[in-house]
Structures are given as structure tokens and as C-alpha cells.
Write a new protein. Sequence first.
Length: 294
Amino acid sequence: MDGKGRSKSILEEVTEKTKALKAETGMQPGLAVVIVGSDPASQVYVGSKAKRAEECGFKSVKHELPAETSEADLLKIVDDLNKDDTIHGILVQLPLPKQIDDGKVIQAIDPDKDVDGFHLVNVGRIATGAADEAFVPCTPAGCMVMIRDMLGEDLSGLNAVIVGRSNIVGKPMAQLLLAANATVTIAHSRTKNLAAVCANADILVAAVGRPEMVTGDYVKEGAVVVDVGINRVDAPEKGMKEDGSPKTRLVGDVAYDEAAKKAKAITPVPGGVGPMTIGMLMANTLRSAYRAAG
Ligand code: GUN
């Protein structure tokens, strides 16, 4: 499943609808991304979110704050963005430094600008089957688009197994699959006989953050496999860096070659779920702007 290509089509649609919104109402969707500290991976993610927003024709605002920023200062920025009528989506990149309570910051975001879908109001809407009114977290939303492309809207009769129980991916993924009538199992690092549980899955979503943990024997013949993992591993076969350490490569949570032999469809890493996440973020922000326009 080509997440890069699918995301491109979503971004093109968002760009068209952004033009239409501007033409009809004069409004421009606005996305604010906030990053605290200098974690290199987070900086790359935030940079590409801001860049894509511009490419879609959005107003794009990036707040880069030093690692020692206080919780009070961050809450003030969130409050200002909540009140700013030109901003329709607010994203605070996680994780935050130790002195800041992630939960407190997320709950401070206006639920109607929470394009990450992390606020308890949006979590509750999804959990009670009101996903239509919610912002759905971008990674699970992107996974659902690819699953539906393969299997259709209604997943009745299908077994879905999610490996991983995070608030960002595993739990919302389970809610979305359940709402689509799949029979859902959430497995995790403490699950007994994990390979056997996974081998029962018509839809297998791997979101554990362990490089290539899901090997071929975890995959049922004909399954749809969605790999959410992004893990950087040493790749000495690519040679050495200037500092003498080995070069690295990105791998997912799934051992791709083995799994691909059995799967009906599988997402690659990179180029699978990652680009879809950004596509859904832009779609959520556009939706927020349309809602604000009435
Ligand atoms: N950190 C890792 N994934 C995400 C995400 O989807 N949104 C935010 N805000 N932080 C993240």
C-alpha cells in the first residue's frame, strides 16, 4: 500500500478545497505547530508538518521553544493560539520535556482546534461512536484510509489485531476498527503467544516501536498488514559516518520481506503510514476551518 501516493492525492484534494474556501469566504485555514526542545526526529516531523501546511495554501505558524521552557509559558502560548481566529489547528509535538505535564498542555488546547485528536473531548467522542464529530488522531485515521482502500467501508466478520496500546495509535485504532464492525484485539508486549494471536488477524496493525518484531510467522495468509513503526537501526552495510559510527536506516515494526510474502497488502517503511499521518493532519485542519466558517 503506497502511503506516499495516497497522501499526495489527499493533499491535492485539501489544496483544492482550501482554494474553494478562500474563494467563497475569504478564509484561509491556519495551522500552528509548537515544538519544545531540539530532539532531531521531532524537529524533522514538525518541519515537514509546517511545510506541507504551506503547500496546501494554509497559514502556517511554527513556534520553536527552548528545552527549558516552563509549563506556564507553554500554556500561555496555547491560550493565545486558542484565541487567535486565524488559527484553526494547534499541534504541540510530543513528547515534551520533563518539567512540562503533557496531559495538562493537551487539555488546554481548544477541543475544536485539537487537530491531533488528543484532547479528552475528542477521545470521548471517538470512544462513544461519535467519530464524525471528533478530530480523529492522524496516524490511526491514515491507517483506516489504507485499510478501507483495501477492504471497503464495512469490516464485518474480519479479525483485527493491533500490537501496541498507546494513546496516540493503539487505543484510537481499536476504536475506529470497532466502529467499522471489525472484531478487535489489542495485543501488547505482555500478551502471551503473541505470534499466534497475530496469526489470527485479517487486519494486523503493528505499533509497538520494536524494529522488525513482527516476523513472517505472525502474518496470516492474505492479511492486510499496516506498519506504524519508525525505527532507526544501525546499517553498517551502508558504511560509516564521519564520526566512525555506522550509518543507519529506517525500518518498521514488521519484517517487511517476510511479511509481504504472506500478506495481501502491506505498508512499507518509509513511504507507508508516515506520509498518511501528515495528509490527515492537513485534512483535519481544513475541516476545522470549514467548521469555523459555519
Ligand atoms: N509525537 C509522535 N507522534 C505525534 C503526533 O501525531 N502528534 C504530536 N503532537 N506529537 C507526536
